[in-house]
Design a protein. Structure first.
Length: 342
């Protein structure tokens, strides 16, 4: 599934992973009370037919945005049902930012939806426009719980670029990162010099805790000499491990030459297994922000996307190799849309 490039609020295209053909197109809804819609994330439920979509609703005078969560399904005949709002799926008031991309994840039993949003208060943070709060919605009742704060550092921008469920469905795994404040020259890629600072941690939260500080859970993995840049982190299939994407071997131009996907023990930080290792020339590599890692709804396949010159490589990992999917997606620097749900 991908967001189709184009002006305005783009439609969502459902594509066959065997042929790449578009089998259904989901048109965006009309924004409530006028304004504009900006799509943030899409997530698949375990039934492989139900999907959730996160939109940012920007008011006409662009002084506030709200987060709107809708769902649709793929019928037995292959058509898509209309988008409908989920219970508890209209969240407001967020600071305005037209380019915020969030994370969205459905629990293994399909009963809860976790998402990241930009908090409405940045007392210890810097500028708005970065997802720094986690919300869990009970899809049956619409009840919401949230986790926020506790990880801010003076003079640094904190955000949560990655969120997933542990295999037991009782806890969340998230990647938190600290960067230099957004501005001209800021890259958040760990390079020396102004604007390049980045630190990262992988942490967990127990859903039963009912919300609170982001520090309420456990620290699972931190950036170190062994893990110099944690680009993505997921709750591993074993329930007690993590799957992480680690770029390494930085080139003179700041890009990375090697990308490794590894299973890591959440208890000790030891590498349990190398799922995939990619080594490319300097002309092909892209910054690690373009690496995307996820498990499919069944939990059987690990899926990856990363940028190279001219487009995105999209596929699933098996037996140490990347199996390309027949889905094309151009790399557009000003519109980096890519596959965001499977």
């Amino acid at each position: 599934m991908r967001i189709a490039p184009g002006g305005g609020t783009p439609p969502i295209e459902v594509q066959s992973v065997s042929t790449g053909a578009v089998i259904a197109t989901v048109r965006p809804p009309k924004p409530p009370r006028g304004g504009a819609l900006n799509i943030g994330a899409v997530a698949a439920a375990p039934d492989d037919r139900t999907f959730y979509v996160e939109y940012g609703v920007v008011s006409p005078n662009i002084d506030v945005t709200r987060t709107w969560i809708l769902s649709f399904s793929i019928t037995a005949s292959g058509s898509a049902t209309p988008l409908t709002t989920v219970k508890g799926g209209l969240l407001g008031h967020q600071p305005p930012d037209l380019q915020t991309w969030g994370s969205l994840a459905v629990s293994p039993d399909g009963s809860k939806l976790a998402l990241t949003v930009d908090s409405s208060d940045h007392i210890s943070n810097t500028s708005p426009g970065y997802a720094d709060k986690i919300i869990v919605i009970d899809l049956h009742t619409g009840q919401r719980t949230q986790w926020q704060g506790g990880l801010y550092r003076p003079g640094k921008q904190f955000s949560i670029p990655d969120l997933s469920w542990a295999a037991d469905g009782q806890s969340l795994v998230f990647l938190g990162q600290w960067c230099d404040p957004a501005g001209e020259g800021t890259s958040c890629d760990g390079t020396p010099g102004p604007g390049g600072y980045r630190d990262a941690q992988v942490r967990s939260l127990s859903v039963a805790a009912g919300g609170g500080s982001l520090t309420r859970g456990r620290l699972l993995l931190r950036q170190s000499a062994r893990f110099p840049f944690i680009a993505q982190a997921l709750g591993g299939p074993g329930g007690s491990d993590l799957t992480v994407a680690i770029p390494s071997d930085r080139l003179a131009n700041g890009n990375w030459r090697v990308l490794t996907v590894e299973d890591v023990s959440a208890a000790t930080g030891a590498v349990l297994h190398v799922d995939y290792r990619l080594s490319v020339g300097g002309g092909q590599s892209r910054l690690p922000q373009q690496v995307w890692l996820a498990a499919d709804p069944s939990g059987q396949h690990l899926l990856v996307s990363y940028a190279v010159d001219g487009g995105f490589i999209i596929g699933w990992i098996g037996h140490g190799a990347l199996h390309r999917l027949p889905i094309g997606q151009p790399y557009l620097p000003n519109d980096p849309t890519l596959i965001i749900a499977w």
